[in-house]
Design a protein around this ligand. Structure first.
Ligand SMILES: Cc1ncc(COP(=O)(O)O)c(C=O)c1O
Length: 369
């Protein structure tokens, strides 16, 4: 079978390293419910990410559900249309109404001035995404949240290890969520985390992830089962050991793409991080037809980039079948434009240089032709 070059490939640690942790699990015979490895993993994550509190969970989607639940939100949540389904779905599943604000055409993140325009008397929170790991305009969003008394939540699914003004991006806003899905730069196969500075809220997050159970005889809240298990934590502990090297390798590939593609009429995301993680390689082509032609030519060569994020979430079938065009209703012109022209190229630490050269050559030939 011919090898397919996908947009990413899950990193795996050396097998012997994982087996060492499996031996601990077999010895303890404790598979889930806040085991030894989950506790060790949380401690190491706190140190590695420079955060006060972290609660790991079984995936990044449940981290979002808990984030929305912990503040007892009502009404409308202002969010970005340029994201993965989970961000919008979590809002709706929690009985809240998403209100979409346009994105900034350079950073691809939610535009604070449009957020302010979309605030109504029913708005209770902003759920912004650090898209592709690039920090949002956190100061501007904080000002708006303060002025209108809104909770400010960040979906930081892509932003593992990212810093803004030399501080973890996870420390901004009221709360941040992470995804440790297999396709992310740091993973636990499936997994995620909730980061919240406030100790009382952190305790509530811990309750929410385990059915609200405080002790054998006390169940304080309507929670869910969002617990991470020991096998996931073991994968996380293994992957943490390599994360610095992997990000370094990603940086090298990202810069190679950027340098070689800069000779053409393409644009790149404006990164405002003081420390970036090179999670994705988004390239903005001049026109949609050009993006689609590049996508098809690469596919013919068994290379599968992704049109992240196309379609925009307000164009999902469950919205459009209601007959309303939310992109027009909310005037999301930058999001429509970026979504039509963006392509995320393959990027993972062991992607070899000859494949990168081949991808670049195909893009150049296609755009020229
Ligand atoms: C922006 C964003 N939010 C949330 C999620 C959900 O994370 P998970 O797949 O871990 O549930 C993802 C990822 O897959 C994502 O890209």
């Amino acid at each position: 079978m011919k090898e397919i070059i996908t947009v990413t490939k899950p990193d795996l640690p050396p097998l012997e390293r994982y087996v060492k942790y499996l031996e601990i699990i077999w010895k303890n015979r404790w598979l889930t419910n806040n085991g030894e490895l989950v506790q060790l993993f949380e401690k190491k994550l706190r140190d590695c990410l420079g955060v006060k509190n972290i609660a790991v969970v079984c995936n990044g989607t449940l981290a979002l559900h808990i984030a929305l639940k912990v503040f007892d939100l009502k009404g409308e949540v202002i969010t970005t249309p340029f994201t993965f389904a989970a961000t919008t779905n979590a809002i709706i599943w929690e009985g809240l109404s998403p209100v979409f604000a346009d994105i900034d055409p350079e950073t691809f993140n939610i535009d604070p001035s449009d957020v302010e325009r979309k605030v109504t008397k029913d708005t209770s929170a902003i759920l912004a995404v650090h898209t592709y790991g690039n920090p949002c305009y956190v100061e501007e969003l904080e000002k708006i949240a303060e002025e209108y008394n809104l909770k400010l939540i960040y979906d930081a699914a892509h932003a593992f290890g990212v810093e803004y003004k030399n501080k973890s991006v996870l420390c901004y806003g009221n709360l941040s969520t992470l995804s440790f899905h297999a396709t992310k730069i740091f993973h636990t196969i499936e997994g995620g985390a909730v980061v919240v500075d406030d100790d009382a809220l952190h305790e509530k997050v811990e309750l929410l992830r385990n059915h609200g159970i405080k002790s054998e005889e006390e169940t304080l809240l309507v929670g869910t089962n969002a617990k991470m298990n020991e096998f996931q934590a073991a994968m996380g502990l293994c992957n943490l050991e390599d994360i610095v090297d992997r990000i370094q390798r990603r940086k090298m590939i990202y810069e190679l793409y950027k340098e070689r593609l800069s000779e053409m009429c393409v644009a790149f995301q404006k990164i405002i991080a003081s420390k970036y993680n090179y999670a994705y390689m988004p390239v903005l082509f001049e026109r949609r037809e050009e993006r689609d032609r590049v996508y098809s030519e690469l596919a013919k060569n068994n290379i599968k980039p992704r049109k992240y994020f196309y379609p925009l979430t307000p164009n999902f079938d469950y919205f459009t079948k209601k007959g309303e065009d939310y992109c027009i209703k909310y005037n999301l012109k930058n999001a429509i434009d970026v979504s039509n022209r963006v392509l995320c190229l393959p990027l993972y630490p062991d992607l070899n240089i000859s494949t990168i050269e081949k991808i670049i050559d195909i893009i150049k030939d296609t755009v020229k032709g």
